[in-house]
Design a binder for this molecule. Structure first.
Ligand SMILES: *[C@@H]1O[C@H](CO)[C@@H](O)[C@H](O)[C@H]1NC(C)=O
Ligand SMILES: *[C@@H]1O[C@H](CO)[C@@H](O)[C@H](O)[C@H]1NC(C)=O
Ligand SMILES: *[C@@H]1O[C@H](CO)[C@@H](O)[C@H](O)[C@H]1NC(C)=O
Ligand SMILES: *[C@@H]1O[C@H](CO)[C@@H](O)[C@H](O)[C@H]1NC(C)=O
Ligand SMILES: *[C@@H]1O[C@H](CO)[C@@H](O)[C@H](O)[C@H]1NC(C)=O
Ligand SMILES: *[C@@H]1O[C@H](CO)[C@@H](O)[C@H](O)[C@H]1NC(C)=O
Ligand SMILES: *[C@@H]1O[C@H](CO)[C@@H](O)[C@H](O)[C@H]1NC(C)=O
Length: 819
């Protein structure tokens, strides 16, 4: 198209050079040495827009502007906003120094595009063109209409209107900032009080803010990776909106879906943002929406720490744990003073977080953003920083990532704006506040039950309740074997509170039988709660098994069970919480693996071996774990390894060292061949798993058996190959290069290979493993061929689950019975 117009304008130049353009000639281009006087117009190629001089209603001032051809009163852009012409003698032309200029009667420049172009002095070098998008551009005559080559364009200087293809935002490359400013009033296009601008473009999370002067009036809420929290960037039948967010540019723009419909966004002079549209054949613009939309959109309607919910009466409330700052103001529905904490935060006291679900995030006044932190780091960081008041994920894509923290008051929160997936934030509260809240809830619940009951009944009901409770208590006390070891029984309510009602964000892992939650008891003790899912397949039998087994075990390398919870269908195990999660969280992660140098790894290897030795030989019950894997090795604050997850462990008596099962449960990659194929297990199957684990510790690689066609693809095959070629050290993870001790490393690899030998009887016992690992003087036998899976295709695996969570993550699989 532009080429056509190029040639058109050539002819045009020759014919009427130096003539003043008069209206209606339909050519959208002015060349150098041409002028457009007041009364003349440029019409865009598709006849959508017109450029010319106009005067606003009730005003005699003249302005150069762009308007729709169909509705001439709808001005979308004004050049000389601030300096009007007072008569009809204005002229638009291109100056010799390469500016688009407006001259007055005495040839004084009253407006300039300030786009000095070096080569402009050359004859007929530049042209100004009104594109059909409504964009007035200044470009070199010999170049196409390619956005990048425009010397100047009106789209870079929006007034009060956003047209399709225009941007709202900024560019770090060019330093441009695109925003809307209202007209002063309907008859004066000069800069009004209201602006609509994208804030925090390269310094935090972008959000649109509407201001009157410097005062915020409305904001879109921060960008959360999908949309602006509290608003939506959704496709509709009229426009396709998009938001570009990268290192160079951050902006919102939209395109029209249907060329017959026109649409624009305007910042009107009373501070309202309107999107309106004009259908084909109509000359009346209809308004699609207006922002701010309702009372809750008014900035800070409910004051600091208040929350606005439009379908509540009154619309304002204080956040949980907060009370009105001034009850008198609050009583007369003046909420602007907001709320203050019922119990002040005291950094010396225990603190916790309350979840505030489905809200438009508070304004980003004092805040900190780190896109690479996880929600856990975020929580920890916020706990450690005394002045941090709340946190959340900064990006909600892929289950959430990044960390956004607030300091000081939380302002302009809206509840349930869009029910489908607004964001949750976590507000810091003193632990004592939680206790208060719980009591209130309990009282409320009790009141609700008791109110309708005539007092005479109360005694009866109390008596019956008492009986039921007594009976249930009796039922709950779990008999743990002959010795009747009594482990603390936790009330469901205590566990529910500790895990914030089993909040999704408290999930730290997925075990074979259900999710594992992190929690904090009211005493401040941190716990890990393994909640067995109802359809987990772990029956009451297995549950009791785990409770009984582990309650009798006491070793520094085994995770400690603090108690259990049994209530109706709910079955939960409560463990001590491990600060450093699990081994797989470190060794398989490219950045975290560096945090575990060889010294720690070797100690972890020894620790696991000692724990396993205790299980096999030294404990009163002799136990085969059957599911030893990196995900089940938890690490405490000092990186001491603790074996966990005894859900499928078996105890054996005396010399009965071997069992057989039809139901093979275990984890892909760690299972010994005899267990996987024949269902026979013994202490030597645990030894095999340990061997795999040691190789993983050394190599930082998982023993994946994905492609069964090539055994050497597996970690065991690879290790075996290198060992035979005398290149065992090549197995080592790169990140250990600086920290490893050669003799220990080689010993570790050799012991591992001994552990994964094909025949169980060739594998060492745990007692030998511990002594071989810890004692340099013990000589080691040569390992034989390792045991591989040969026909794994029948194994059922759920890879989608793999690494879903950081802890307890490797998958436990079940093989169908009767193979
Ligand atoms: C345009 O104007 C300049 C200065 O007024 C003059 O030097 C140049 O020759 C003119 N070009 C044409 C094509 O008339
Ligand atoms: C034209 O503009 C110049 C520069 O702004 C100014 O000095 C001059 O007075 C103006 N002339 C008229 C007639 O407005
Ligand atoms: C618009 O604003 C100008 C100057 O700010 C003022 O003189 C004029 O009276 C206003 N017009 C209307 C209709 O409010
Ligand atoms: C909106 O529509 C465009 C074009 O049809 C498409 O490319 C884009 O993915 C859509 N976006 C959403 C969020 O549906
Ligand atoms: C601004 O927009 C609002 C909402 O559509 C409208 O009620 C108001 O009249 C507009 N103001 C002006 C001055 O046009
Ligand atoms: C609301 O209360 C504040 C002081 O707390 C006062 O400054 C403000 O004027 C009041 N607003 C209204 C509408 O009464
Ligand atoms: C963000 O967090 C990561 C991981 O916690 C940390 O390494 C990095 O230094 C942080 N970046 C900033 C700018 O604080």
């Amino acid at each position: 198209m532009s080429i056509k117009y190029f040639s058109n304008s050539m002819i045009f130049n020759i014919l009427i050079s130096f003539l003043v353009l008069k209206s209606g000639n339909g050519i959208g281009i002015i060349s150098q040495n041409q002028t457009m006087a007041d009364g003349g117009t440029l019409v865009s190629s598709g006849q959508t827009f017109v450029l010319g001089f106009f005067n606003p209603k009730d005003s005699t001032n003249r302005y150069l502007g762009i308007w729709y051809k169909r509705t001439p009163e709808t001005v979308v852009w004004v050049a000389n906003r601030e300096i009007p012409l007072t008569d009809s003698n204005g002229i638009l032309t291109i100056s010799n120094d390469g500016n688009l200029v407006i001259l007055n009667a005495t040839k004084g420049v009253i407006w300039s595009s300030k786009s000095n172009s070096p080569g402009a002095a050359k004859t007929n070098y530049l042209v100004a063109e009104l594109l059909d998008s409504g964009n007035l551009v200044l470009r070199r005559k010999d170049q196409d209409s390619n956005t990048e080559s425009y010397i100047w364009q009106s789209f870079d200087f929006p007034t009060d209107t956003l047209l399709p293809g225009m941007k709202l935002g900024s560019s770090s490359r060019t330093g441009k900032n695109w925003y809307l400013t209202s007209w002063k009033n309907g008859s004066d296009p000069s800069l009004g009080e209201f602006t609509y601008e994208l804030d925090n473009t390269f310094t935090g999370l972008p959000q649109f803010v509407l201001r009157k002067g410097l005062q915020e009036k409305f904001r879109s809420g921060p960008w959360n990776g999908q949309r602006f929290s509290g608003s939506s960037v959704k496709n509709n039948t009229i426009t396709t909106p998009s938001f570009v967010y990268d290192n160079q540019e951050v902006y919102y723009t939209f395109e029209l879906r249907n060329s017959l419909v026109l649409s624009r966004v305007i910042m009107n002079e009373s501070g309202l943002i309107q999107r309106s549209l004009l259908n084909e054949g109509s000359s009346d613009w209809s308004i699609m929406y207006t922002l701010p939309y309702d009372k809750c959109d008014e900035y800070g309607k409910c004051g600091p720490n208040g929350i606005c919910i439009i379908n509540k009466d009154p619309i304002c409330d204080c956040l949980e744990g907060f009370v009105p700052k001034s009850q008198e103001d609050w009583n007369v529905l003046n909420w602007s003073s907001g709320c203050t904490r019922r119990i002040p935060l005291d950094c010396k006291q225990t603190q916790s977080f309350g979840r505030l679900g489905n809200v438009k995030l508070p304004d980003l006044l004092e805040h900190r953003l780190n896109q690479s932190m996880t929600i856990w780091d975020c929580e920890r960081e916020c706990l450690m920083d005394c002045s941090c008041t709340a946190y959340t994920n900064s990006n909600i894509n892929n289950g959430g990532s990044g960390c956004l923290m607030w300091f000081g008051d939380l302002i302009d929160i809206q509840g349930s704006v869009f029910r489908d997936g607004e964001q949750d934030i976590y507000v810091k509260m003193p632990e004592s506040e939680f206790a208060l809240l719980r009591n209130r809830k309990k009282k409320k619940a009790l009141r609700n039950i008791l109110t309708p009951i005539v007092s005479g009944w109360v005694l009866v009901i109390c008596f019956v309740t008492w009986c039921i409770i007594k009976k249930r208590k009796k039922k709950r006390g779990l008999k743990t074997g002959n010795e009747g070891i009594e482990l603390p029984l936790f009330q469901l309510e205590a566990v529910t509170n500790a895990t914030k009602n089993f909040s999704f964000t408290n999930i730290i892992g997925e075990g074979g039988f259900g999710p594992v939650y992190r929690g904090q008891l009211s005493s401040g003790v941190e716990i890990a709660v393994k909640r067995l899912s109802r359809d987990s397949g772990q029956g009451l039998g297995e549950f009791k098994n785990e409770v009984i087994l582990i309650s009798r075990l006491q070793h520094r390398n085994l995770v400690r069970l603090l108690g259990y919870c049994l209530d109706g269908d709910e079955r939960m195990l409560i463990y001590e919480y491990m600060l450093n999660r699990s081994l797989n969280y470190f060794i398989f992660d490219q950045s975290r693996k560096k945090l575990l140098p060889w010294k720690n790894r070797f100690e972890i290897a020894l620790g696991i071996s000692r724990g396993l030795l205790y299980l096999h030989q030294d404990s009163r019950l002799r136990i085969i774990h059957r599911d030893l894997k990196a995900g089940n090795i938890l690490l405490d604050s000092e990186l001491n390894p603790k074996i966990s997850d005894f859900g499928i462990a078996k105890s054996f008596e005396g010399d009965q060292m071997q069992g057989k099962t039809k139901r093979v449960i275990g984890t892909y990659g760690y299972m010994s061949p005899e267990y996987a194929f024949r269902g026979t297990y013994s202490v030597k199957s645990d030894v095999f798993s340990l061997g795999v684990l040691l190789l993983e510790l050394v190599s930082g690689r998982r023993n994946r058996i994905l492609d069964h066609s090539d055994q050497h693809e597996s970690l065991l095959g690879h290790a075996w190959l290198l060992w035979n070629e005398d290149k065992a050290l090549e197995l080592m993870d790169e990140c250990l290069k600086e920290s490893f001790v050669e003799s220990q490393m080689l010993r570790c690899i050799q012991v591992a290979l001994l552990c994964v030998q094909k025949l169980p009887e060739d594998r060492p016992t745990m007692a030998s493993v511990v002594s071989m690992l810890s004692n340099e003087s013990v000589s080691l036998p040569q390992p034989k061929h390792p045991g591989f899976f040969m026909e794994c295709s029948t194994l059922v695996s759920d890879k989608s689950n793999e690494e879903r969570f950081h802890t307890f993550s490797a998958v436990t699989i079940t093989m169908p019975e009767g193979r």
